[in-house]
Design a binder for this molecule. Sequence first.
Ligand code: NAD
Length: 298
Amino acid sequence: MARIAFIGVGNMGGPMSINLAKAQHQVQAFDLSPTALKAAEDGGATAAGSVADAVKDAEIVITMLPAGAHVREVYTGSGGIFENAPKGCLFIDSSTIDVATTREIISEAKAAGFDMVDAPVSGGTGGAAAGTLTFMVGGEQAAFDRGQPAFQAMGKTIVHCGEAGAGQAVKACNNMMLAITMIGVAEGFNLADSLGIDRQIVYNVCSTATANSWALSTYCPVPGPAPSSPANRNYEAGFTADMMLKDLRLAQDAAQKAGVSTPLGSEAQALYALYSNMGEGGKDFSGIIQMLRGKSGD
Ligand code: NAD
């Protein structure tokens, strides 16, 4: 079993680190949030006092941080991973960040004597807790192979997408599709409400018909039909609207650079920006149904 350092044990990293500990890996966790760190410790990880402390004896370092700036700081900043991890260590960044930053950091890691892959995930906090995440991995085959014991403890579907950055590229496409789908599902439920149709009936039909999607069947944006969805907890995240907005910006940035037309991705970004500007960015991204309805409440 491996010695694994886990930096960033929030909504996703917390349950992921706990699954590594359950699989008998020795997990040293660190997070700036004492609450998040305590939850990881309660689940079987050992709490470290700093990034340096967590990584100093690690064979594998996993990061699950909010955005590119955090990832750059934690890897390359003073007191960070590059300075303190043993040479030859494997780095796995599972945060969702932009392809350019990913490629830069992976290239700097290689120059400094480390293997590194980008390995963003899909499956939400439910998938993180259940150990059923999908990992989209970019980087060299040997590094992908080395990461398998860790990936297997946290996920069910592990896909090598290509060279460095390829995992982030696939993730940007996935989340753009997810945001567009969530808005579509929300509009469908809002229309059904106004037509006086019971939400459970809409769910029963559409989740077994051509409109089915993860946003509908698993992450249903109205309370009731899918008991584990954030709609049943007043849209407590889950996956925040601000994180979705970040991912939509990554996708639009990539689309503009590639000269690709993504009109619905662009509209989804505008709607999530509006929702965030209303002060709702900390809510789950499925809460956008309330803005689209033009009123709060369930
Ligand atoms: P989160 O905010 O719950 O967790 C991030 C954690 O990183 C926080 O606990 C924060 O304190 C910690 N952190 C920030 N800077 C740090 C630093 N310098 N050192 C140590 N810890 C630091 O976010 P999350 O929902 O777990 O998302 C993490 C990443 O996973 C994001 O990139 C997100 O886009 C991606 N993601 C999230 C979901 C989801 O459903 N929540 C799904 C797939 C991917």
